[in-house]
Design a protein around this ligand. Structure first.
Ligand SMILES: Nc1ncnc2c1ncn2[C@@H]1O[C@H](COP(=O)(O)OP(=O)(O)OP(=O)(O)O)[C@@H](O)[C@H]1O
Ligand SMILES: [Mg+2]
Length: 249
């Protein structure tokens, strides 16, 4: 345990003329859920996009399972990230509105040509976690509610075993009861020892799921540690995240 699956080392990212990440350093241990927290505009999404190679790191290194996948050492290699078993659920969810729920899942399964190629047990497991997926199986994904779309986006990332899941704010815009379903589903995923890097604004979600935490501010990681320790330290939360004391349980 505690092998480091993903490592960011002094990562700088420029978007056009803007210098967004100013030396991001953190590690994601295998088999754990690492939370990436921080105020709006701190650089969380930019960090995930840099890991995925959607933005180029202008300095520093991104290493996955010992292999350079981005930054100075990775630039000449540019491996196919999806071949490495990394799945990304973006803030915008990345689902195809005109296609059915079923087709959306099938397209996400790289090793399946037809739905029959998808491991039935895994599909049943997903249906159990997200009943709406079975219920709306043949519906166009665009007709699902915001919460159901979010569930579908997460299912797409979970339809095959992955080595690393990057998920950007899955609870955004969801009703509190749906957030509880989401937590339950991600807890089940956690039991499978899937390595997850999860961006969240909802501190109770972070607290319920995180093993470790990295907190970003202004394009840098300003705190790293155990999630439980941060959850127990209200003054640190206040300092790092601006959470008001007693604002959550
Ligand atoms: N395409 C872009 N062009 C220019 N600036 C950008 C672009 N994308 C992000 N930024 C800037 O980079 C900074 C970090 O943005 P990012 O989206 O990574 O933040 P975030 O931590 O994900 O915030 P949020 O919690 O609001 O999603 C912000 O100041 C943002 O304005
Ligand atoms: Mg973001």
């Amino acid at each position: 345990m505690n092998n480091i699956l993903l490592k960011l080392d002094g990562v700088h990212t420029h978007i056009g003329a803007y210098h967004i990440l100013h030396g991001v350093d953190f590690e994601v241990p295998a088999g754990e859920v690492t939370m990436l927290l921080g105020r709006n505009g701190a650089g969380k999404t930019t960090t995930l996009r840099t890991i995925m190679g959607l933005w180029q790191a202008s300095r520093g290194n991104v290493t996955f399972d010992g292999q350079a996948i981005g930054g100075e050492r990775g630039r000449r290699i540019t491996p196919d990230i999806s071949q490495l078993g990394i799945a990304y659920v973006p803030e915008s969810m990345g689902i195809f509105s005109d296609l059915s729920v079923r087709e959306n899942l099938l397209l996400a399964a790289r090793n399946a040509r037809t739905i029959d190629d998808i491991d039935t047990q895994r599909l049943e497991w997903l249906f159990g976690l997200f009943p709406a997926i079975r219920k709306f199986w043949l519906y166009p994904a665009g007709k699902l509610s915001g919460g159901q779309k979010q569930m579908l986006a997460i299912c797409r990332a979970m339809v095959e075993p992955r080595r690393l899941l990057l998920i950007d704010e899955p609870s955004k815009g969801l009703a509190p009861t749906i957030v509880q379903n989401l937590i339950a589903a991600l807890r089940e995923l956690k039991k499978t020892q899937t390595t997850v890097l999860l961006v969240e604004q909802n501190f109770s979600v972070a607290k319920a799921l995180g093993d470790r935490v990295a907190v970003m501010d202004d394009g840098r990681v300003v705190h790293r540690g155990g999630m439980a320790e941060l959850a127990d330290d209200e003054s640190l939360q206040h300092k790092l995240l601006g959470l008001s004391l007693g604002a959550h349980q």
